[in-house]
Design a protein. Structure first.
Length: 429
C-alpha cells in the first residue's frame, strides 16, 4: 500500500525545516525565496525558473512568479548570500568525513557549463566541452568546485561552486580561482584539510601554495613528465615507475569491479621547492592500466604500508566529485540554466548546491533515516548495490512530490493583518 499523502507531507516538511535552517537571520522575503527555490528545484529537478514557478503552483500568472524569482536572484544582497552560505556550512561541518590525521578530506576539480548556441549571456568565454569525445571548444563558463565526503558512507557533499568567465574584468587565471577555493575551505570548515587533486593540478603553483601552508595536506596525481629530485639529481617520474615494482597488495573497486593492484612508494624532493629534499612521497600504483602506472605525490607522512594504502584509497574517492558533476548535469539539467548574468547564475548555482547538499545529507543517514529509505524505494531503481545514493534519493523526492496537489505556500508562516482601526473621514460626512 502506498501512502502518497504521508510521503508528500513528510518530504515537504523536510525541505521546509532544512530551508528554515539555511534562512536563519534572513529577512522574510529572502527566506521565502530560499524555500521557493529549494522546493521548486526538488519537485521539478530543473534549474529553469519557469519550471520552478510551475512547481510552486501559485494563484498568479506563471510569468509573474518566474519574474519574481529572477528579481530575487538579481536583488539579493551579498551579506544575505554570505548568511545563507554560513548557515549551510554550519550544518555540513557536523557531517563531513575526517581522516586519521584529523583533517577533512576535500576533493577539488573544475567543470564547465557549455553554451554552444548562447549569444546573449554575460561574458561568454571558450571552454572545453568534456561531454564530446574529441577536444571541442564551445561558448560557456568555467566552474570551480570543492566537495567533501559525508561522515558515514562517503557521499559527496558540495561545499564550493563558483561559475566564472576568463573574459570577465578582473579575472587573473584558473589556478588563482582554485587557490581562492582552497582558502575558502579553511574558512568554511574551520579545520585543516587534506586536498585530493587530479593530474590537471600537477603545477608548481599548487606545490608552492602547500609549501606555504604546511598545516594542510595534499594528494595530487602526477603527469609522467614531472621531474623530481632523487639523491640530488632530477629524475623523470615515468622513468622511476619503470624501474620499480609494487610490493604492497591492495584490493580496489574500480570501474565496476574489484581489482588487485600493487603499490610502491619512495621519498623525493621537488625542484620548484627549495630545501625539499625527501619532503614528499611518491606512490606508484600498478595494475589499473596496462599502459602506465598511476603516480601520486603527497606531503603526508608515510610510516608503513597501511599509510600507503590509506592515501591511495583516499585518492580514489576523488571519483565522487565526478559523480557530483554527473548528478547535477543529468538529474537537474544544470547546463540548461537560462538566466543571463553571472550574478544570477551564481545565486541559482548556490540554490542548486544547497539542494544537492541536502540530498547528500539525507544519503549520509540512509541506514537510519526512514524518509531516506522511502525515497530510495520510490525511485524504483534497478540496482540496490550502489555506493552513491544521491541519484536515487533525488528521483524518489521528485516522484513523491509529483502527487502534491499544492505548492509550498501553505508551509510558509504568512501573517494575516488585522483590519485597521483607523477611522475614515467619509464615515462622518
Amino acid at each position: 500500500m502506498s501512502y502518497y499523502t504521508t510521503d508528500v507531507y513528510e518530504i515537504k516538511r523536510e525541505i521546509t525545516i532544512f530551508s528554515s535552517k539555511i534562512s536563519k537571520n534572513l529577512k522574510k522575503a529572502t527566506s521565502n525565496f530560499v524555500l521557493d527555490m529549494q522546493y521548486g528545484i526538488a519537485k521539478k529537478t530543473s534549474v529553469l525558473t519557469t519550471e520552478i514557478a510551475r512547481a510552486l503552483d501559485e494563484s498568479i500568472k506563471l510569468k509573474n512568479t518566474s519574474e519574481r524569482l529572477c528579481d530575487n536572484m538579481e536583488n539579493i544582497e551579498e551579506d544575505e548570500i554570505e548568511t545563507i552560505k554560513n548557515n549551510y556550512y554550519a550544518i555540513v561541518r557536523e557531517n563531513v568525513f575526517i581522516d586519521k590525521d584529523d583533517k577533512v578530506v576535500v576533493l577539488f576539480d573544475d567543470s564547465e557549463i557549455a553554451k554552444p548556441y548562447g549569444k546573449k549571456f554575460e561574458d561568454l568565454c571558450r571552454v572545453r566541452d568534456a561531454s564530446q569525445p574529441k577536444t571541442t571548444l564551445v561558448n560557456g563558463y568555467h566552474v570551480c568546485e570543492a566537495v567533501a565526503l559525508s561522515s558515514n558512507n562517503k557521499q559527496p557533499i558540495p561545499l564550493y561552486s563558483y561559475i566564472y568567465s576568463t573574459d570577465s574584468n578582473g579575472h587573473k587565471s584558473m589556478p588563482d580561482e582554485t587557490i581562492k577555493s582552497l582558502d575558502a575551505m579553511k574558512t568554511i570548515l574551520k579545520h585543516p584539510i587534506s586536498g585530493i587533486f587530479d593530474r590537471g593540478y600537477d603545477s608548481n603553483t599548487f606545490f608552492k601554495y602547500f609549501a606555504e601552508h604546511p598545516d594542510d595536506d595534499f594528494v595530487i596525481r602526477l603527469k609522467g613528465n614531472r621531474n623530481v629530485i632523487v639523491k640530488g639529481h632530477e629524475v623523470l617520474v615515468s622513468k622511476m615507475a619503470e624501474d620499480r615494482k609494487g610490493k604492497v597488495n591492495m584490493t580496489l573497486f574500480f570501474e565496476s569491479e574489484n581489482k588487485e593492484v600493487k603499490l610502491s612508494h619512495t621519498r623525493v624532493g621537488l625542484p620548484c621547492i627549495e630545501g625539499s629534499k625527501k619532503a614528499y612521497t611518491i606512490i606508484f600504483c600498478y595494475g589499473l592500466s596496462e599502459e602506465e602506472p598511476l603516480l601520486l605525490i603527497t606531503n603526508r607522512h608515510v610510516n608503513d604500508k597501511k599509510d600507503v594504502i590509506t592515501i591511495a584509497r583516499e585518492y580514489f574517492y576523488r571519483w565522487r566529485i565526478e559523480e557530483n558533476f554527473r548528478h547535477t548535469k543529468s538529474e537537474y539539467d544544470w547546463e540548461n540554466m537560462r538566466v543571463r548574468t553571472l550574478k544570477k547564475m551564481n545565486v541559482l548555482n548556490l540554490m542548486l548546491m544547497i539542494r544537492v547538499g541536502h540530498v547528500a545529507l539525507m544519503a549520509n543517514k540512509v541506514d537510519e533515516s526512514l524518509l531516506a529509505i522511502k525515497m530510495i524505494e520510490r525511485s524504483k531503481s534497478l540496482r540496490a548495490d550502489v555506493c552513491v545514493w544521491i541519484y536515487q534519493i533525488t528521483r524518489g523526492i521528485k516522484e513523491a512530490l509529483a502527487y502534491a496537489q499544492k505548492g509550498i505556500q501553505h508551509f510558509k508562516h504568512i501573517e494575516k493583518r488585522k483590519p485597521s482601526r483607523q477611522l475614515e473621514i467619509w464615515e462622518f460626512l
